[in-house]
Design a protein around this ligand. Structure first.
Ligand code: SF4
Length: 226
């Protein structure tokens, strides 16, 4: 049985998918986004778990989920494929709704088929090449896995008209949920002794989000209902 490396588990989130959720933060990521909110998941190995043991822990919260469930996050959960498949299968068999938060770089249909939905964050802060996300969205469609797109809007970095139009082209008819850039993670960087490269940018405000929707299309507002 393949073991998983987990940084932490947080129960009580209302922002990581529909309803009230337990969020499992997987350790390790294939990217190194300079604005990463969870740098501790990138540089620490995490605690070793079997899918069976983690499932037993999560199942205890089932009465509290109601319309919610479990969100596999990180880090990049798709990197620990066997463990994810094992854990998701156990949870879904118990009737628990399972979604994953991903960077959308690993278009694995087998994983997507094992989930009730996926939330893919488009990282367009540095590069304008969004081709990997097109491949990912195609894989979601083939696997029948509902995908919600999100994007961390960093004022002065990726809220230009050109960047937003690039996103609109990627979205097509689907919605996107903009998330305001936050700097709450600065303390974590200090603890890890790593400079926080996005310290120079200001945090996002409601007005920034409104402006972004007015540029791409006010009807493209996504929600995390899958
Ligand atoms: S993909 Fe997510 S977890 Fe990985 S470095 Fe980027 S923001 Fe952090």
């Amino acid at each position: 049985m393949k073991k998983g490396y987990i940084d932490s588990v947080y129960c009580g989130s209302g922002v990581d998918g529909r309803g009230l959720r337990c969020v499992v933060f997987f350790s390790g990521c294939n990217l190194r986004c300079p604005f990463c909110h969870n740098p501790e998941t990138l540089y620490k190995r995490g605690e070793e778990w079997t899918a069976e043991a983690l499932y037993a822990r999560l199942r205890r919260y089932k009465p509290y989920f109601k319309r919610g469930g479990v969100t596999l996050s990180g880090g990049e959960p798709f990197l620990q494929k066997e463990f994810l498949l094992d854990l998701a299968a156990r949870l879904r068999e118990e009737g628990i709704h399972v979604v994953a938060e991903t960077n959308g770089q690993i278009a694995d249909e087998e994983i997507l088929r094992a989930l009730d939905g996926v939330i893919a964050d488009v990282k367009n802060q540095g590069s304008d090449d969004l081709s990997a996300y097109r491949v990912f969205l195609d894989a979601c469609e083939k696997a029948g896995c509902p995908c919600t797109l999100t994007n961390v809007l960093v004022p002065g970095k990726n809220d230009t008209k050109e960047k937003l139009q690039g996103l609109a082209a990627l979205c097509g008819d689907r919605g996107i949920k903009f998330l305001p850039f936050r700097k709450l993670c600065e303390e974590k960087y200090k603890e890890l002794g790593i400079p926080f490269a996005y310290g120079q940018f200001r945090e996002g405000e409601e007005e920034d989000i409104r402006r972004a929707y007015s540029v791409i299309d006010p009807y493209k507002k996504g929600d995390l209902a899958e």
